[in-house]
Design a protein around this ligand. Structure first.
Ligand code: KG4
Ligand code: ZN
Length: 348
């Protein structure tokens, strides 16, 4: 089955063509970063308006790139939530209408399920069951995954998501939006151990997260070390970025190890924008390799290539294809669900 995937939940217009027999045929991405950068964050109305302009031309482009005809499309999948309602509605209206026009089954896909399954697009995909750490701009969740739609939420952030904390710290350090990749780059020049920030909620049991206290800690450290004009020495900026990244990575690593121990599983997948973070990958790679389970096998870490960690159409085309092939499809109503629990999804 050849499926067209459409992602418009936030500030990226992503489209892709996934073929169940030949894998990913093509994908195209348009990022709105430049539009929102001057405001320091995503402006929902501007996001919706830009998706309206970009989605259809991008779909034409991806069909040409895949070397197929519109009539070869056997199913349409679009992100139905969670996300910004106006942005979601653009993808939902276009996806649902195209599906009706082409007379093919059409399905609204859960954005975080898309992220979760993105490592399946790689050459060495994970096998079920596994533990998934979902770390994006809007979510930080640990999930036990037994199969598609068989999700048990083990823990989640009680306040800011990991990516959101990266973005806010980026702003405090005067870095462009979105802060995550810029904080990570600045941290490379930082001296490890120059500052040590707290690892929130790691000294009590459970798998929930909280990043808002850490953010305040960063704000106070910046204030403490800034000069009278509020300026911060360049090396200090890098040291603070490093200490922040180390604290987030260590916290995520402690909770992932706990989740693997609690579930008795040894495969860990990381997905979502923050899973592109090299320091996180490195630390988790070491952590899983150290732990040997009861059967004597080492743990293994899986992640998608960086362009499929952040928002993209390929993950939606893939997730949609699996569900459409299992016979799932939506009726003709155009639906968007800005809030949508991963656990409520049906199994296939
Ligand atoms: O998954 P995603 O593209 O969008 C959401 O679904 O939210 O994630 C975007 C988030 C942003 O907060 C961004 O700053 C963060 O992922 N991010 C990173 C890195 N690359 C993207 N955070 C830390 N290190 C990175 N290399
Ligand atoms: Zn996302």
């Amino acid at each position: 089955m050849i499926v067209l995937g459409i992602e418009t939940s936030c500030d990226e217009t992503g489209v892709a063509i996934f073929d169940s027999e030949h894998g990913l045929l093509a994908d195209c991405l348009y990022s709105q970063i430049e539009i929102h950068a001057k405001y320091g964050g995503v402006i929902p109305e501007l996001a919706s308006r830009d998706h309206i302009l970009k989605t259809l031309p991008l779909i034409q482009e991806v069909i040409a790139k895949a070397g197929i005809q519109q009539s070869d499309i056997g199913g349409v999948a679009y992100t139905a939530g969670p996300g910004l309602v106006g942005a979601l509605l653009v993808g939902a209206a276009i996806g649902r209408s195209l599906g009706m026009g082409l007379d093919v089954p059409t399905l609204g896909v859960h954005h975080m399920e898309g992220h979760l399954l993105a490592p399946m697009l790689e050459a060495d995909p994970p096998q079920f069951p596994f533990v998934a750490l979902l770390v994006s701009g809007g979510h930080t969740q640990l999930v036990k995954v037994e199969g598609i739609g068989r999700y048990e939420l083990l823990g989640e952030s009680l306040d800011d998501a990991a990516g959101e904390a990266f973005d806010k710290v980026g702003k405090m350090l005067g870095l462009p939006y979105p802060g995550g990749p810029h904080v990570a780059k600045l941290a490379q020049a930082g001296t490890p151990g120059r500052f040590v920030f707290p690892r929130p909620m790691t000294n009590r049991p459970g798998l929930d997260f909280s990043f808002s206290g850490l953010k305040t800690f960063v704000r106070n450290t910046i204030a403490e070390h800034s000069d009278e004009e509020g300026k911060l020495d360049e090396q200090l900026r890098a040291d603070i970025a490093r200490a922040f990244e180390d604290a987030v990575v260590a916290t995520l690593s402690i909770k992932c190890r706990r989740a693997l121990q609690q579930t008795g599983l040894n495969s860990l997948i990381i997905a979502g924008g923050v899973s592109a973070n090299l320091q996180l990958r490195e630390v988790l790679e070491k952590m899983v390799a150290q732990d040997i389970d009861k059967r004597g096998s080492k743990g293994k870490l899986f992640y998608a290539q960086p362009r499929f960690c952040t928002d993209n159409g390929a993950m939606i085309a893939y997730a949609g294809c699996q569900r459409l092939m299992a016979g799932q499809q939506d009726d003709l109503e155009i639906r968007a669900q800005p809030r949508w629990s991963l656990e409520s999804l049906p199994a296939i």
